[in-house]
Design a protein around this ligand. Structure first.
Ligand SMILES: [Zn+2]
Length: 356
């Protein structure tokens, strides 16, 4: 059936513009002006993006199922104590979905690629805020509950999330309107200094994660004596932390393909492993949260800051609105600039497969 549909031809790195290049990936590129249909068809064709798409698309449904379980079976909206978990689960659905959509449609054009990944970065920042909201509610060790740090933790996490979205978008394109214009393809920080761009993006994602994890790291690695909250959830926290560190390592190093460029183009390159580790890490994170919720509920209800709209759903909605605004601001110059870079490669509105 699929063979009858004439799947688009895949290209090598030399046949696509630099903005589409992936470090140490030589082949398996889709046409840089694929139609939306070609992009969707590519889900069923082996390209260097196919597993990137599926490794986040399938887990989206898993987390959606978890979210519906909590909402429908546990009637979570009536119980404020579970709202932080709901926020985390929503963010766990949003970030893999945004990522799989970004990987699917990123080859429609250079500008589509940037806009797709702006949304991907915004969704990752939202997930980091979702993590902060659950940590604030369920993870802080007993001795830190109600401390100064506990009270100001969420406002700082919101600020970090906004900075993270801005930094990660900046790492692709520079400042909107000031540094990107019709010459946009020559002005990408990503093309001019890819190492700086990559480093900036690693910092943009790592520093909110590290800040959000301060209470968790303290609880599981440093705290000794009373008030350390040493319970059965800790082992799940360890699994999550190990996988999160591995995720960051894969993203930053581009291993294993950097050791053998071209050998992992379709299966086994770092971005696929990065997706798998991030999803497994998120799975253990959710499990750990569920454990902490059950084990600590009575103590936290008596001793901790009450969970309300302003320290759970409110900051999440605020983050969505601000991140969306940031993404629009970064996308506007791409949408309003003349399509010179796109036109260079666009020959006709036919399907990419036919053009090739
Ligand atoms: Zn990805």
């Amino acid at each position: 059936m699929l063979s009858l549909m004439q799947l688009p031809q895949v290209l090598t790195i030399h046949q696509v513009p630099k903005v589409f290049h992936e470090d140490s990936i030589i082949s398996g590129y889709r046409h840089p002006h694929s139609s939306a249909t070609d992009c969707i068809l590519s889900l069923f064709q082996l390209t260097n993006e196919t597993l990137n798409i599926w490794t986040h698309f399938l887990p989206t449904w898993y987390f959606l199922w978890k979210l519906l379980t909590v909402v429908l079976i546990q009637s979570a909206w009536q119980d404020a104590f579970t709202w932080p978990l709901l926020v985390l689960l929503v963010s766990c659905c949003v970030y893999p979905l945004a990522s799989s959509c970004a990987h699917t449609f990123s080859t429609m054009s250079a500008r589509a690629r940037h806009i797709c990944f702006f949304f991907d970065y915004g969704a990752l920042s939202f997930y980091s805020l979702g993590s902060a909201i659950v940590y604030h509610a369920y993870v802080f060790p007993d001795r830190w509950v109600n401390s100064w740090f506990h009270q100001y933790y969420i406002p700082i996490a919101v600020l970090n999330t906004i900075i993270s979205t801005i930094l990660s978008c900046y790492s692709r394109l520079g400042l909107p309107f000031l540094q990107c214009n019709h010459d946009t393809v020559k002005r990408f920080p990503e093309c001019q200094s890819p190492k700086f761009s990559k480093g900036l993006r690693v910092v943009a994602f790592a520093y909110p994660y590290l800040f959000d994890s301060i209470p968790l790291f303290y609880r599981v690695f440093l705290c000794v004596g009373d008030g350390c909250t040493d319970n059965d959830a800790n082992i799940l926290h360890y699994y999550h932390i190990c996988l999160a560190l591995l995720t960051g390592f894969l993203f930053a190093t581009h291993l294993p393909e950097r050791l053998a460029p071209g050998s992992f183009d379709y299966i086994g390159h770092s971005h696929q492993l990065f997706h798998v580790c991030s999803i497994l890490g998120t799975h253990f994170q959710v499990k750990a949260m569920e454990q902490d919720m059950v084990l600590r509920r009575s103590w936290l209800t008596l001793n901790s800051i009450p969970i309300t709209f302003t320290n759970s759903v409110g900051p999440a909605l605020l983050c969505v609105v601000i991140s969306f605004t940031v993404i629009i601001i970064f996308s506007l110059p791409l949408l309003s600039a003349p399509a010179c870079t796109d036109k260079k490669h666009k020959t006709s509105p036919k399907k990419a497969s036919e053009r090739l």
